[in-house]
Design a binder for this molecule. Sequence first.
Ligand SMILES: Nc1ncnc2c1ncn2[C@@H]1O[C@H](COP(=O)(O)OP(=O)(O)O)[C@@H](O)[C@H]1O
Ligand SMILES: [Mg+2]
Length: 381
Amino acid sequence: MRILLFTGKGGVGKTTLSAATGAYLSELGKKVLVVSVDPAHSLSDVLEIDIGPEPKKIFKNFYAQEIDVYYSIEKFWGVLKEYLKSLLKWQGMDEIMAEEMSILPGMEEVSSFLWINKHVKEADFEVIIVDSAPTGETLRFLGLPDAISWWITKILPLQRKLMKFIRPAAKLVTDMPLPEEETYDALEDLFHQVYNLYYLLQNPQVSSVRLVINPEKMVIKETEKAFTYLHLFGFPVDAIFINRIVTKENPLYQIQEKYLDRIIKSFEPTPIFLVPQLFEEILGYEKLKKFGKLIYQNKNPEEIFYKDKPFELSESNGFYILKLFLKEVPQEKLEIYQKEEDLIIKIGNYKKHFFLPRSLLNKEVTKASMKDNNYLEIVFK
Ligand SMILES: Nc1ncnc2c1ncn2[C@@H]1O[C@H](COP(=O)(O)OP(=O)(O)O)[C@@H](O)[C@H]1O
Ligand SMILES: [Mg+2]
């Protein structure tokens, strides 16, 4: 069982690469589902076939699904949403407004992803490929578990006990809708499901995040940010796909070349796949299958391409230690510059960018050294 999740900035080729990976894997004999959780659905356009909110068989062992967010919210959050709505209406909000407001932040993203849980539980497919929303939204969703675990451990048990105790009395003095046992059951069930989902997505034996990027200035920083945060949140990125690379004869190549080196260095030692720009439309199962074969060259898309961590961040006594793992560390003078979130590491001709997480932004580099010829240790204070 594998889950391959494609993300990247809007328009870089997430849907095309997801569909191509799926089509190729199905050719290799796997039962595959490509599921689009990006509200801007284009999977049906790419496959040139209508797809519904439930998995649809496209070709032999190849299935596709375009998730309908509102249908999913009702399915997974129905009971809780009804309670919130009744509470808002009780406070004087009108029906339409209450309906809108009862959708909590994160509910939309999580609802779509809960389908993955369902498919895994029912063991319907050997590989699930997720065509996700652009990096910004995907990160918002992936960062949710902390907030959720706080609710579970702190608020939920307390409230529930308290409510059991005060509900009979409270009902006599107020007509405010009180959460019923059923509301708590639904909430608990939902939290379990969400936990399960994150557990799956954070298990490197099962899930791999694949970042899609184009060799263009506008795309690089957002992807570097995603790369940093995905790892901090514990989601394994196993490959970077640099898409739409032109050939040397193309005048655009000179511009792309400038960015290619930066991208490769920024994400190392994560494996990089170089994906050519085609000059035809990549639509329909047959073309996607061929494109998939081209992307992975002789590798199997199901493989786990990278199992280690590209960096580690730890804190001790007010010092933050960042370890950046590199393929090889050149033995020359090390220079480090920090420009807002951008940490630039220069060693002779070698230059690497690293997107600093928020916790390091107001800190300064106090020490940096190369260790064991395979990582850089940078100390912040
Ligand atoms: N390697 C490529 N060669 C040619 N066209 C591509 C390539 N990758 C993507 N495209 C085209 O670029 C457009 C955007 O791709 P899409 O997969 O929809 O991006 P995203 O899902 O990231 O928004 C589509 O028209 C797609 O056919
Ligand atoms: Mg898309």
